[in-house]
Design a protein around this ligand. Sequence first.
Ligand code: EPU
Length: 337
Amino acid sequence: MQVHENFCLKKFNTFGIDAYTRWFAEISLQNDYDELLRFYHEQKIPLLPLGGGSNLLFTENFDGIIAKISTRGITIISEDDRSTIVDAAAGEPWEHLIAFCITNELYGLENLSGIPGQVGSSPIQNIGAYGVEVKNCISEVYAINIDDGSRSKFSDRECQFGYRDSIFKREMKGRVIITDVVFRLSKIRHFNLGYGGVAEEVQQISQVPDLASVSKAICNIRDKKIPNPKETGSAGSFFKNPLIDNDLFFNLKEQYPDIPHFTAADDRHKLAAAWLIDRCGWKGYRKGDAGVNKLQPLILVNYGTASGSEIVDLARQIQNSVFEKFGVYLEPEVNIL
Ligand code: EPU
């Protein structure tokens, strides 16, 4: 394992923030994890595992060690008539797993096509899109404990998945490094085309949907709205869609009868953060190189040389104006460092 000192992170975060880390190491082999932990215990500095860098925002230089997870391998572990169990190393790019599913005719993850990032990050925020969340297909998550190097296995239930949430964002934050994710994928052909616009887009590609056409349709829908992080710096949705209680909801519904909403569990209602931000007039806003995406205002963008603090300032202004107008707090979805 090679360790670099004073290392630039610009290419390692999709926001394209020009921050530095004191130490940087790349983990390609299982043995590298042990070496990394030895280094971490010797130096007594903060440790941050890094996947695709597509859900974080650096607001300052990182005074510790960043471990870029680059382990590879996607393997079928077992199968029966209905499903196939697949182990994927944390460092596999998410798109490789989607391609593997298409090639091997495995159903379940196709609506998550086009999401940037790596396999190991997918359970942390329970990635979701177009009516599907990754938790539907995860059977186990393997991790290494930062404290003592021992290995742990989390069943899907132990992961405590919620909307953009899991135990890895809470109790286990900073305590484990995810090494592998085990997926239970279906051999039975079935699709989830209920999310607005998906069925229509699939129809344009093929009369009889298959994995490749559904995956392509999802990528097309994303391309129309979501900036490609290879071209414009961003970390996808900056905020979560807020969950609000009955009283506030009925109040808002009276004032704004067209407010988009979905009833969630426990009499709470999920609102579309994009709509709230849009109604506050932020769409297409730009100050310097920090901006709000023109097509999907839930996405904050870096047009070039914005700093992390400029993006966070903009996020605060958006939070304040949404709170003033609607009384709703927008919680960041992005990990702000
Ligand atoms: N809307 C507006 N104005 C806009 C755009 C959207 O009012 O300019 C409203 C519309 O009512 C629309 C609603 O917002 O129906 C929802 O918009 P969209 O379908 O684009 O989804 P989203 O709720 O804004 C979530 C995820 C996305 C995911 C899409 C599609 C979160 C935080 N974001 O966005 O995930 O791709 O659904 O399923 O849940 C990400 O996490 O990085 C991400 C991109």
